[in-house]
Design a binder for this molecule. Structure first.
Ligand SMILES: *[C@@H]1O[C@H](CO)[C@@H](O)[C@H](O)[C@H]1NC(C)=O
Ligand SMILES: *[C@@H]1O[C@H](CO)[C@@H](O)[C@H](O)[C@H]1NC(C)=O
Ligand SMILES: *[C@@H]1O[C@H](CO)[C@@H](O)[C@H](O)[C@H]1NC(C)=O
Ligand SMILES: *[C@@H]1O[C@H](CO)[C@@H](O)[C@H](O)[C@H]1NC(C)=O
Ligand SMILES: *[C@@H]1O[C@H](CO)[C@@H](O)[C@H](O)[C@H]1NC(C)=O
Ligand SMILES: *[C@@H]1O[C@H](CO)[C@@H](O)[C@H](O)[C@H]1NC(C)=O
Ligand SMILES: *[C@@H]1O[C@H](CO)[C@@H](O)[C@H](O)[C@H]1NC(C)=O
Length: 445
């Protein structure tokens, strides 16, 4: 028996070499051939006359001690009232202490916040007394906004984490700020920035349209509570790429009514992986569709690629493709969980569920920290349909066999699938990601 396991182990490693190398080549090609870069819409932003404003000229000290909030508001007010392209500088080598701040549009101008220095939050949660505990830097209703500059945004979250009920269960549960929130913004770009130690989530897009987030480093300790990297909620047309996310919660989470989301070349871990949901909490109707994750490397994460829904909800999670993914030491590498429940009491099974259908997992390889590398746990009342597996090879980190679990999961498989495919067969074979190549919406992000 031992010998047999050992033999399997060797074979498995031979397979990794065969399978992983073409994956890498495939991934490289995939980046250019499948997706067109969205630079066309933005490269026209070459200014005819670009005005430059610096926060320093509006009273900011940038010494990390002085309250620079007023200066930020003042420079924003001016930039917003001008027309054309405006650059607002936060110079390199300076640290700007900014209190919770509300930055609103609409603006006449197209503003770039060039953050080359560092924006820091007040350390002490007491500053938020009487204010909305969920916000720190809150942008809303702005069109054509860009944040870049190579600098950092530091949420100084340590004090918030210590007070979290997830860290110490004697603490009461209360919300903590999302470092950067963009609400109802259109044509937004966030790039070339470091987001550090957020109080709770690092960056959230809520109700936005057309967003590109790229070349970001999002960093917080694995033990920090609820520090999701990038959260997408009720947002359409989003591209997230070329970024590194290492935090204490989901690298990327997609919820509510969001669609046309493209994620590529993401490195993720530690954290909780890439997650669609949770959807359908408190009997909500929600629809997440047209999501492509193409090119991700996940390591030491609690989940790999995940769809989670609550019992009792309704709506859809559909047309979702996870492709070209390399995993290392990932617990639950592939998981659909339609019985999601994180309340203190067990959740009752209900007669409705968010429908999960047209989901593809293609070219996913690597090692699992758990034996059960594939878990497709679908609803009794609303089974998963048209699931598709192709070229999957996931082995336990520490050797031995990997297993798969299916419950009410219908679909088909092609190519080599290990752990073995457990889907109940459904009629008709369709390679589910075909809609991607023919979907013009994704290309016009
Ligand atoms: C910092 O400035 C902002 C904006 O003027 C103000 O609302 C806030 O109370 C100030 N905080 C402190 C601690 O002075
Ligand atoms: C949890 O919080 C309580 C009350 O604030 C404190 O007495 C206790 O030492 C904390 N426990 C840990 C492990 O930090
Ligand atoms: C992938 O993203 C990393 C940053 O995380 C970047 O350095 C690298 O150039 C990107 N790769 C491609 C093929 O764009
Ligand atoms: C999603 O959209 C539908 C239809 O527009 C709406 O009824 C529902 O409340 C939305 N759900 C959420 C969570 O926003
Ligand atoms: C695997 O990941 C876990 C976290 O999920 C980590 O504690 C452990 O050290 C990792 N093992 C290896 C071999 O990296
Ligand atoms: C809900 O249904 C699933 C699948 O039939 C079952 O495994 C689970 O025990 C049920 N949970 C409850 C609380 O009844
Ligand atoms: C799933 O795909 C099938 C076949 O292409 C299509 O008929 C169906 O409408 C899709 N379902 C959803 C919810 O998009």
């Amino acid at each position: 028996m031992k010998n047999l396991a050992y033999a399997t182990f060797i074979i498995i490693f031979v397979h990794i070499n065969i399978l992983v190398s073409p994956y890498l080549i495939h991934a490289e090609q995939g980046f250019d051939s499948v997706i067109q870069l969205p630079h066309s819409g933005f490269s026209r932003t070459r200014p005819r006359s670009k005005r430059v404003l610096s926060v320093g000229d509006y009273g900011a000290k940038g010494d990390g001690l002085h309250n620079d909030t007023e200066a930020f508001l003042e420079v924003w007010k001016i930039a917003c009232s001008l027309s054309g392209f405006i650059n607002v500088l936060f110079p390199h080598g300076k640290t700007f202490l900014v209190h919770p701040i509300d930055i609103g549009g609409p603006c006449q101008s197209k503003i770039t916040l060039r953050i080359s220095g560092i924006i820091v939050a007040p350390e002490d949660p007491v500053v938020w007394h009487g204010l909305n505990q969920r916000k720190w830097l809150y942008f809303h209703g702005v069109n054509h906004l860009t944040l870049d500059g190579g600098g950092g945004i530091n949420g100084m979250g340590q004090e918030w984490w210590a007070r979290s009920c997830k860290i110490n269960s004697t603490n009461p549960c209360h919300p903590a700020p999302t470092a950067l929130t963009f609400h109802k913004c259109k044509n937004l770009r966030v790039r070339n920035l470091m987001l550090l130690n957020s109080q709770q989530m690092h960056m959230a897009f809520t109700g936005c349209i057309r967003v590109v987030a790229s070349h970001l480093k999002v960093l917080a300790p694995a033990s920090s509570p609820n520090t999701d990297g990038i959260h997408i909620s009720a947002t359409k047309s989003v591209e997230i790429r070329d970024s590194l996310i290492r935090t204490g919660d989901d690298c990327i989470s997609i919820v509510r009514n969001s669609s046309r989301i493209l994620i590529r070349n993401i490195t993720c871990g530690p954290g909780h992986g890439i997650s669609i949901g949770s959807l359908g909490k408190s009997k909500k109707w929600e629809k997440v569709q047209n999501v492509v994750v193409n090119g991700a490397y996940l390591f030491n994460t609690n989940n790999g690629v995940r769809i989670k829904t609550w019992q009792g909800g309704s709506g859809f999670a559909s047309k979702i493709t996870f492709q070209n993914i390399l995993m290392e030491n990932v617990s639950n590498p592939i998981i659909i969980d339609q019985y999601y429940c994180d309340s203190r009491h067990p959740c009752k099974n209900q007669s409705s569920a968010v429908k999960v259908e047209n989901i593809s997992f293609i070219d996913i390889q690597g090692t699992s920290a758990t034996e059960e590398a594939i878990k497709l746990d679908c609803s009794d009342t609303s089974p998963c349909e048209r699931l598709y597996l192709e070229n999957i090879f996931l082995v336990p980190c520490y050797g031995g066999y990997a297993t798969s679990y299916c419950w009410q999961a219908y679909g088909s498989a092609r190519g080599f699938v290990y752990p073995p495919n457990c889907l109940s067969s459904s009629n008709g074979f369709i390679r589910q990601n075909e809609w991607l190549e023919s979907n013009p919406a994704i290309h016009s992000v």
